[in-house]
Design a protein around this ligand. Sequence first.
Ligand SMILES: [Zn+2]
Length: 273
Amino acid sequence: MGAVKIPSSSYAIIGGSSTYSINFPEDINRYVKVLEKDLVFNTPWGESPPFKLFALGDKRVLTLKMHGWRPGVARADASRQVFWVFKQAGVKKIIAEGGVGSINHLLKPRDLLVATDYLDFSMRKDVSLDGAYLLTMRQPVCPLLRDKLVVAAENHSVGRVFDRGVYAVTDGRHFESEAEVQMMSRMGADIVGQSMCPEVYLAREIGACYARIDMVVNYAEGVVQQWEHRELKDIFYNEAERIGTIVLEAIAEADEDDWSCGCRELRKETLLK
Ligand SMILES: [Zn+2]
């Protein structure tokens, strides 16, 4: 294990809690063809989590499950391993998915939200691969990929789809306290989770476009009503197919050569040499 050559791929999907309970992508779409699986790569931060490479039409897509902690691997290192692999593979367009808590009291469980910005409350802001670039975090989410996700979500959602919102990032793995949720609400957050950062920084560093879709799986503490573990479990197991379908459809519609979004221009050469 570990000495595997990294295959080339222009697209990547980071699987989060919403597709964790299924075998992605095989369970979703009989037209996808898994080319390779259980791909573990050596990275400067240790062995990567296992990746799959699959074909979706004429596109090659790398995917992995990011949800959950591997014993002995810090979250920051896990993210570095994954984005280092993406960089070697030549990944240009990245879509991530996950489950979040709702801070905005207008949201409810099963709503889908395509975030447009973030507030980073994690303690790992210095996470980078080599620090060779100055990273502008204006427009952190690719508007083109975001549009594809919103259209796909509207095609397949039974609930509501929000095409904007602010994602507050915490370290976890515990959920937030009621006072923390109130603070984040006053600062402008709509949802809370543990994934968007450092992914959004690392995507910019490797010059890739990034967008994500999240399903509200519970109310944050002190918002609307106490959340129920039963409902959380229900969403975790029953909504995976829908999210998986949305993500595959968005990738199918994405164009690796379309840089009209301007994401790449937000990465500049560092002046600190
Ligand atoms: Zn872009």
